[in-house]
Write a protein that binds this ligand. Structure first.
Ligand code: CP
Ligand code: NVA
Length: 305
């Protein structure tokens, strides 16, 4: 693994290895066991969109590993004045050991990796959110013991989260149902990817059918960052695509809920279901820290397990 740009670049073994490293780092952190696998290394944390979890977990994660995370807002960088990605990539590669970026275009992240000479981590694009789904897989495995054979049902917008859930779930041996309304389906590349998994993947537009027998129910906001002017149109399109008691009643008993946050109560999820599953959702948020540490360590650290 040279970069962490999208889950489809990784083999199942590579994903499982990251999960194992994350679990080990979590154990070490909880038990006060030193794990400074990034001693003296630095990571550039570039943000072109807002963030609470991704920014802070990478910063704190780098610190706990003995390294340093430098927060860079693109509005303060020459990127915002048109400096080309080729030059930004080559300059930052001379200062940092790793680059993490949150931006709009997946192609920008891929270009950063292409023109730079250090590993690049995708901290969210319009296309995918792989660091988040790695944390979700870690959380699901903690709650359910293993991933193999579980059914994950995602309800809502066929956005970056849906795209990464489909790839992450199928690669790790889960069954996956994406419930998305017409016009808001997952990316065609991802639907093409899923074809190879036959009936382990299902796309439907009826939340109550899709959720039947699910072990994990996932959702995300109806309006992602950068789509704010579509908010009203989206509220209409996604009416009925809500994780609520009815959905939970057809899922398997003991089904867990995952939400990457921030959540919009009474839109994609009711306040009641959110609070009933708050432990799982905040464990998921915590696991961003452990998953991100694992990614940084695997790409640039001296971890040899
Ligand atoms: N889930 C997630 O990526 O959160 P932030 O936008 O706060 O980083
Ligand atoms: N789909 C959401 C995820 C936020 C973490 C967005 O892109 O805004």
């Amino acid at each position: 693994m040279n970069h962490f740009l999208k889950l489809s670049d990784l083999s199942a073994d590579e994903i499982y290895r990251l999960l194992d490293i994350a679990a080990d780092l979590k154990y070490k952190q909880k038990n006060g066991i030193p794990h400074r696998y990034l001693e003296g290394k630095s990571v550039a944390l570039i943000f072109q969109k807002a963030s609470t979890r991704t920014r802070t977990s990478f910063e704190i994660g780098a610190f706990q590993l003995g390294g340093y995370g430098a927060f860079l807002n693109t509005s303060d960088m020459q990127i915002s004045r048109g400096e080309p990605v080729q030059d930004t990539a080559r300059v930052l590669s001379r200062y940092f050991d790793l680059i993490m970026i949150r931006t709009f275009e997946q192609s920008y992240v891929e270009d950063l990796a292409k023109y730079g000479s250090v590993p690049v981590i995708n901290g969210l694009t319009d296309y995918c959110h792989p660091t988040q789904v790695l944390a979700d897989l870690l959380t699901i495995r903690e709650y359910k013991g293993s991933l193999e054979g579980l059914k994950l049902c995602y309800i809502g917008d066929g956005n970056n989260m849906a795209n990464s859930y489909i790839v992450g779930a199928l690669k790790t041996g889960m069954r996956m149902t994406a419930v998305c309304p017409e016009g808001y389906r997952p990316h065609p590349y991802v639907l093409e990817f899923a074809k190879a998994y036959g009936d382990r993947f299902e796309l439907c537009d009826d939340p109550l059918k899709g959720a039947v027998g699910a072990d994990v129910i996932c959702t995300d906001v109806w309006t992602s960052m950068g789509q704010e002017d579509e908010t009203e149109k989206r509220k209409k399109a996604f009416k009925g695509y809500q994780v609520n008691d009815e959905i939970m009643s057809v899922a398997n008993s003991g089904a867990i809920v995952q939400h990457c946050l921030p959540a919009h109560r009474e839109e994609e999820i009711t306040a009641k279901v959110f609070e009933e599953h708050a432990n799982e959702i905040f464990d998921e948020a915590e696991n961003r820290l452990h998953a991100h540490k694992a990614i940084m360590v695997a790409l640039a650290g001296n971890y040899d397990k």
